[in-house]
Design a protein around this ligand. Structure first.
Ligand SMILES: [Zn+2]
Length: 295
């Protein structure tokens, strides 16, 4: 009995020692998902931007700074998508925080050739920041996260390497599967609300014919909407894809005028029921776009 009592005391102490998890905060659920795949039970992973919220405009709350104050590793999207992360990181006053910009090594699309000004809308001077939507970039993200994990927790380096290799193997087999499933999408045109999809379009051969937004981050205008309706009719485009955080009002009007269907296309993990991981995200997106076949 005495011995049992001793065990009961010792076991919780040992287990807290053995499982002092690395604390990771990521800007988005997509980076958080890749981190979970690599670190598994060794890390506790949280994300700032909610899965169904717009990552371009996150209101910085003091509670986010408190969260980051306790973290070991911060994962940024970079390319200025999550410029708000800087305010959170500064506000956390966490001197030992390691910050990893997951866009390192990504080849950005749509780098502006002219000097960026406000009339161009929400254009990112370093290129389009929605790079995680090409699953081939998932491997670059994973490499960046692996580097961060090894830096904050070198004693478990081998385990992270193993987690990375597992992710790499699963990703390459899933990419082959997605390429197969996306054959039906090749060359088909869609209209999207925001310019979130150039990397996805490049990866799977879908063509983006236009945007509901006249310019990135700019609300739809009647004249642009009228032009888009003409374009959709002229090219018989069957799908208007809307990110879950943009209003369905104008897409609904365009759909009614053209016969095209509005498909809610979540660009992030957790953006719709059943998307629990980075792998689920592409399963969902390719499945949701099979509607293009029906045309
Ligand atoms: Zn954007």
């Amino acid at each position: 009995m005495k011995r049992l009592f001793a065990y009961l005391l010792v076991i919780p102490i040992l287990s807290t020692l053995a499982f002092a998890k690395v604390r990771i905060v990521a800007s988005t659920a997509d980076l958080a998902s890749v981190a979970k795949e690599i670190a598994g039970p060794l890390a506790e992973v949280d994300n700032i931007c909610r899965s169904t919220a717009d990552p371009h405009s996150v209101e910085v709350l003091p509670s986010y700074m408190v969260k980051v104050a306790r973290a070991d590793l911060y994962l940024k999207v970079g390319l200025e998508l999550d410029f708000w992360a800087e305010l959170i990181i500064d506000g956390s006053r966490n001197a030992k925080l390691v910050v990893v910009d997951c866009s390192q090594g990504i080849v950005p699309l749509e780098i502006p050739t002219e000097k960026v000004n406000a009339s161009m809308g929400d254009i990112h001077p370093q290129g389009n920041p929605h790079y995680w939507l090409d699953p081939n970039n998932g491997l670059v993200i994973a490499k960046n996260i692996l580097g961060g994990l090894i830096q904050v927790d070198p004693s478990n380096g081998e385990t992270y390497q193993e987690g990375f290799r597992r992710f790499q193997t699963e990703l390459s087999s899933k990419i082959a599967e997605w390429n197969g499933a996306a054959q039906t999408l090749k060359g088909k045109e869609i209209v999207t609300f925001h310019n979130s999809w150039p990397y996805f379009a490049r990866a799977f051969g879908v063509k983006i014919a236009g945007f509901v937004e006249p310019k990135p981050g700019i609300e739809p205008t009647p004249s642009h909407t009228a032009e888009l309706i003409e374009l959709i009719k002229a090219r018989t485009i069957s799908v208007i894809a809307r990110e879950p955080y943009f209003s369905g009002k104008i897409p609904g009007i365009i759909a009614a005028a053209t016969g095209a269907k509005v498909v809610v296309l979540p660009p992030s993990v957790g953006g719709a029921a059943g998307i629990a991981s980075y792998f689920d995200l592409f399963d969902h997106l390719i499945e949701a776009l099979q509607i293009l076949e029906a045309k």
